[in-house]
Design a protein around this ligand. Structure first.
Ligand code: PMT
Length: 403
């Protein structure tokens, strides 16, 4: 499973650094490539020679080493990996990562990498419990940093409690899980899909032509990338994608309630075709043709789910993607809709009948973000979903470390 995987192992200072040798040995046994970086403090605990002997690679430690820069610049070193592992991760390196400091090779690589980061914290109990460390971790986790450990037990300093680095076997298991679970493992996602039905009376309703194919394909693609997905769908004929938590709703108001209940999530994609209006006074009994003129249907505005989740203060998802279904001035209207509704990205599609987007198998998207606008070719809805998810993965991998 790990054969051929490229691991950038950053060893920071702490007595647990000795366990990094065991991590390297186990990774090499599994035929993973390990490029190790030692901080100056780590070199007090393990020697570059032993790390190099076990990894069978050059060991890096100096940001300003001209030889290293000539062979492999620090940016390339940070990118030429599938996963960056920080073990042990000291309180110091976690604080640097949160603050975005880049004053040695290890912190520079963590800031420059576009790959996910797994950290195995190790420190004294009081340092671990300190509000500064806990705040740093909470912020880093929110950015997508994955953590393994620490464990509870006796520590080298003589104290006992949380702060012991996870054992090499546990760190190996977390590395393997990363590769089996996909790049969005550890992230939660909410997707809306399908139409909503707004009842007129117990047998009639207002609806639209959405089949749910686009929304369901996005939920499946997010799941395939490892995210934990809640799919809130209006009535469709589609099966629930494997591995997602499916919540069936009927009306816009039910959809809003289900979306709010699914929070917190880091990713939210609103592909549902939500009815903008409902019947102001739904009849509890079937309306009858009694020879009188047809009953007037008074409409009331439905809640805007996308706008209301985008306006959340406490639990706003880190990335909110809306759709814009337009029939004219598609890009301009979609760009204005993105700003009006407060989402981060919007996927504009022309839903004129000729395009057969509603209910059809294909879609032609215009992707719009802040300062970005990109026309995608006509694609199968699954391919649209995969393209969107690839973009989400890239967004989160960069966001996990940088800002
Ligand atoms: O389901 P399919 O047959 O596969 O078709 C896919 C699709 C055409 C439904 C899909 O690609 C799409 O465009 N979905 C959005 C449809 C829509 O309602 O667009 P809108 O421009 O009216 O709404 C803009 C955004 O606000 C959408 O993200 C929508 O989910 C959201 N919205 C709209 C109204 C409302 N009351 N609440 C909302 O959250």
């Amino acid at each position: 499973m790990l054969a051929g995987k490229r691991i950038l192992l950053i060893v920071s200072g702490g007595i647990a650094a000795y366990k990094s040798l065991e991590i390297i040995r186990r990774l090499r046994e599994r035929r993973a490539q390990v490029k190790a970086v030692l901080t100056a403090a780590a070199e007090q605990f393990v020697t570059p020679l032993s790390v190099s002997a076990l990894s069978e690679e050059k060991v890096y430690s100096d940001l300003f080493s001209l030889t290293d820069e000539a062979e492999m610049g620090h940016i390339q070193l940070s990118r030429a990996a599938d996963l960056a592992v920080v073990a042990p991760a000291s309180a110091d390196i976690l604080a640097k990562l949160r603050a975005g400091l880049a004053n040695d090779l290890a912190s520079t690589l963590l800031l420059a990498t576009d790959k996910p980061i797994l950290a195995a914290p190790a420190m004294n109990l009081r340092m671990w419990e300190h509000p500064a460390t806990q705040e740093n971790l909470a912020c880093l986790k929110e950015r997508g940093l994955r953590i393994v450990g620490p464990n509870e037990g006796n520590m080298a300093c003589g104290e006992s409690g949380f702060g012991r680095m996870a054992e090499p076997a546990e760190i190996l298991a977390a590395i393997e899980a990363h590769f089996t679970e996909g790049p969005l493992a550890g992230h939660r996602a909410l997707v809306t899909s399908g139409p909503t039905h707004e009842p007129i009376d117990p047998v009639r309703y207002i609806a639209n032509r959405s089949s749910g194919k686009q929304g369901h394909a996005i939920a499946a693609a997010l799941r395939a990338a490892g995210a934990r997905v809640t799919l809130v769908s209006g009535p469709t004929c589609l099966a629930d994608p494997d591995g997602v938590t499916a919540v069936s709703v009927v009306s816009a108001r039910e959809m809003l309630e289900a979306c709010q209940a699914a929070l917190p999530v880091e990713i939210a994609v609103f592909a549902a075709a939500v009815a903008d209006w409902r019947i102001a006074a739904e009849s509890g009994r079937k309306l009858k043709k009694t020879g009188r003129p047809p009953p007037p249907l008074q409409l009331a505005l439905n809640p805007d789910i996308l706008a209301s989740i985008s306006q959340q203060r406490e639990q706003r998802p880190a990335l909110i993607v809306g759709f814009a279904a337009e029939t004219e001035r598609v890009v301009a209207q979609a760009a204005a809709k993105r700003l009006r509704k407060g989402c981060d990205w919007i996927l504009a599609n022309d839903v004129s009948p000729a395009g057969e987007v509603f209910g059809g198998d294909c879609n032609t998207i215009h992707f719009i973000a802040d300062g970005e606008s990109e026309a995608w070719p006509r694609l199968d809805k699954s391919a649209v979903a995969e393209r969107l998810v690839a973009r989400i993965v890239k967004h989160f991998c960069i966001r996990e470390i940088g800002t």
